[in-house]
Design a protein around this ligand. Structure first.
Ligand SMILES: Cc1cc2nc3c(=O)[nH]c(=O)nc-3n(C[C@H](O)[C@H](O)[C@H](O)COP(=O)(O)O)c2cc1C
Length: 735
């Protein structure tokens, strides 16, 4: 409920809340700028001195006002015309126009009333109300996420967007609550919803017969420092019994200009003082540093909005579809999920529903935010974890195994782990295995031995669910019906064929970008935004199990390109390599952020063989900044399967590709790509010493041979693939 209260106002009113916070942050700069720019009154200057200086310069002075920033403005009426100016209190001379600068007026109007009238004011107030709702619900959610109020300052866990959202919220929430509450108060007072209890001194009349005294003869003027002045009104020359009126923080007094006597006095009421403090807290006038801090806090709103939106999208994709998710603090069984592509969430949902039906209080959430303190009543933990790369964690769960290994004490509730993977990878369920080892290292009790699910096998899952049921003493026998991924239709526009002569029939297939709705474009969903190296899942006809291919293009190229080799008997590769322009396939996008060149100007050594050149070609095509990219490409024969052979010369000419080395295994000297690397050892070492990154894409055997060769070539431990990997400078996309 609380989450909904946080999410929907956030999403619906994002634009309005953003506008208010950014304009608020801009306006917070003005009071400080004003304080720094206007001359301040000397500490010894009295109201009498100031009044005299101004009157000398402008005998027709009607009023002097001093703002909290120290800015003194005088109004006068002389020779039949009114005038006003900012005054230098040291001389009484004019130093500028009192009208606010265009920027200040514009941003104030935008902030207060969206450049409209009362309708804008009410909308802005609604924005402030929503900000208050978001901040208040966010406060409780942060406390919940951290595992209680006493852990408010504990370290935030999880993927970057989640951490950033929590950290910023902790920094800014107090300021946002203050600004929205004070903003609401100010709008309410504009609409007279707050009683005006300002007290005025009782009316009084001056003795009309007396000539006005010099200001320093008036005791109150001589005693009051000019720094305490708020407003001084002079008597109207047309009304002989009119009085002087002096307003300071302490109150307002009416004074007889002829006798210097105070005729009446009023101190401000509680409400008036409260209103003043609220005005100061909201505008920063009179509290400029606080204003700047509040402005800085407001600036966190755009980032909070964006990271919150990212979390909503991630939750919508997976977690939000978990029905009857019990609060973490009340859960008996906690199911934690580490997934990249989302299919493991589908299994988690089946498990969640099965356990709930069996009468358990179950909470299912992402492993990335795991913190045992969030689950004080947990009796059992279950981790469902997919594996990526070479036995590595899905992107969001990186670092969790290391954290688990350091848990002291380990949770008392026993743990069951189920790994999801693919037996054709050498590190089958390698990440789940690392988690199991980490749990052992921490001394976390095992509920049952680790289970595995190969290629999302429903049978494997059912078998494991029975074992889990036995361990929990519950009748579990779960059937998982995989959800068909939501696909889009891709139409082939062109194909280039290679390799038939060397028994490696391969095609570069180029599809048109599917049409995107405006919403998909704005939110970057599906094919709206992707990079070379991301994956496309293709659902072949006759199967609900997707096959993944690395993308050889980015959305900026305006097409979707993949390289496919036809495997004997391969269902998907067979269908793809038979496509003709105009034919369609069903596909969906899966981001692969772990395989991207680092942003830097340093060289990149691209190593690929066969269809593995696809994403590498995509990086080269996208290399508009002409970073030095060196491609080592293993093929069978230059006459037959040199994929992108027609493009390399142009890319080299355009500066997109700095070096190209091919190694052909079925012609001439029978070279493999690792032989080409060995021949270039000197050059490679120099590039690595210059901070180069290595990216390898292709078959598993090729990748292993490349790793071994580079290990041989490395002269120092710092250049070894293991060290480079740990630094994120050695990336592999292997199949
Ligand atoms: C790029 C890529 C790399 C993978 N690497 C491994 C691996 O090293 N070991 C393994 O057992 N499974 C590996 N898999 C298989 C996935 O772990 C498996 O398909 C899992 O069910 C995906 O779950 P998810 O959709 O929840 O992310 C890999 C899959 C892909 C697409």
């Amino acid at each position: 409920m609380l989450r909904l209260l946080h999410r929907w106002p956030g999403l619906l009113a994002m634009a309005l809340v953003l506008l208010l916070s950014v304009t608020g942050a801009i306006l917070s700069l003005y009071p400080m700028a004003e304080r720094l720019n206007v001359p301040q009154v000397e500490s010894t200057l009295t109201v009498a001195d100031l009044a005299k200086r101004v009157q000398n310069a402008h005998p027709g002075v009607e009023q002097i006002r001093r703002a909290p920033s120290g800015r003194v403005v005088a109004w006068w009426f002389e020779n039949g015309t009114p005038g006003a100016a900012v005054i230098d209190p040291a001389t009484g001379a004019e130093i500028g126009s009192p009208d606010p600068a265009f920027g200040l007026r514009f941003f104030t109007d935008l902030h207060r009333k969206l450049l409209m009238g009362d309708g804008g004011r009410i909308t802005a107030a609604m924005g402030a109300g929503l900000m208050l709702l978001l901040s208040a619900s966010g406060t409780v959610l942060v406390a919940r996420r951290m595992g209680g109020w006493n852990r408010w300052f504990a370290r935030a866990r999880g993927p970057l967007s989640t951490r950033l959202h929590t950290e910023l919220a902790r920094f800014a929430i107090g300021g946002l609550i203050l600004s929205s509450l004070t903003g609401l108060w100010m709008t309410a007072s504009v609409f007279s919803l707050i009683p005006d209890t300002s007290v005025e001194p009782a009316p009084a009349f001056a003795s009309a017969s007396q000539t006005p005294l010099a200001f320093d003869q008036i005791p109150l003027f001589a005693e009051t420092p000019a720094s305490a002045l708020k407003e001084l009104s002079f008597p109207s020359p047309d009304l002989p019994s009119d009085t002087l009126k002096l307003t300071t923080e302490g109150g307002a007094a009416l004074i007889d200009p002829g006798t210097g006597q105070m005729l009446s006095f009023a101190t401000p009421g509680v409400m008036e003082r409260v209103s003043e403090i609220i005005l100061m807290l909201h505008t920063g006038q009179g509290a400029e540093t606080l204003g700047l801090i509040l402005g800085l806090m407001s600036l966190s709103v755009p980032v909070l909005g964006w990271t919150g939106f990212q979390q909503w999208r991630a939750a919508r994709r997976y977690g939000a579809r978990i029905k009857a998710n019990v609060k973490p603090t009340l859960a008996q069984i906690v199911v934690l999920v580490a997934s990249e592509g989302g299919s493991t969430w589908g299994f988690a949902r089946t498990l969640h529903n099965g356990l709930t039906k069996a009468g358990q209080k179950v909470h299912t959430g992402a492993l990335s935010t795991f913190d045992p303190n969030r689950f004080p009543h947990a009796e059992r933990f279950v981790i469902l974890a997919a594996t990526y790369g070479e036995g590595e964690a899905p992107t969001a769960a990186r670092g969790v195994a290391e954290r688990i290994a350091k848990l002291r004490p380990a949770p008392t509730a026993p743990l069951a782990i189920l790994g999801f993977g693919d037996r054709s990878f050498p590190q089958f369920c390698g990440y789940a295995e690392s988690l199991a080892q980490a749990a052992r290292a921490a001394g976390w009790t095992e509920l049952m031995p680790m289970g595995t699910v190969d290629r999302q096998s429903a049978q494997d899952f059912t078998r494991w669910s029975r074992d889990l049921g036995a361990a929990l003493g519950l009748p579990l026998d779960l059937t998982h019906l995989p959800e068909r991924p939501r696909t889009e239709t891709l139409t082939l526009i062109s194909r280039r064929d290679y390799g038939a002569e060397v028994q490696a029939p391969t095609a570069i297939l180029r599809f048109a970008l599917p049409r995107k709705s405006l919403w998909a474009r704005v939110s970057g969903q599906g094919f709206a935004r992707f990079d070379a190296g991301d994956l496309i899942g293709i659902l072949p006809r006759g199967s609900d199990v997707p096959r993944f291919y690395s993308l050889a293009s980015s959305s900026r190229d305006g097409f979707v390109e993949i390289c496919v080799r036809r495997h004997p008997g391969g269902l998907c590769s067979g269908q793809l390599t038979e496509l003709q322009p105009g034919d369609t396939v069903a596909g969906f996008l899966r981001p692969n952020p772990g395989f991207r060149p680092q942003t830097s100007r340093k060289p990149v050594i691209l190593i690929g063989a066969g269809t593995g050149v696809g994403p590498l070609a995509g990086f080269i095509r996208a290399n508009r900044r002409r970073r030095p990219l060196h491609l080592y490409f293993g093929i069978r024969s230059p006459e037959s399967d040199l994929l992108y052979g027609e493009d390399f010369a142009a890319w080299q000419k355009a500066g997109h590709l700095a070096g190209l080395t091919t190694a052909s295994s079925r012609s001439g000297a029978r070279h493999y790509v690792q032989d080409a690397l060995r021949a270039d050892a000197e050059k490679l070492r120099a590039m690595l010493a210059a901070g180069a990154q290595i990216m390898v894409c292709g078959g598993r055997d090729m990748a292993a041979a490349v790793r071994a060769t580079l290990d041989d070539i490395a002269e120092t431990a710092a250049q070894s693939p293991a060290t480079l990997k740990a630094e994120g400078r050695y990336l592999e996309d292997v199949y």
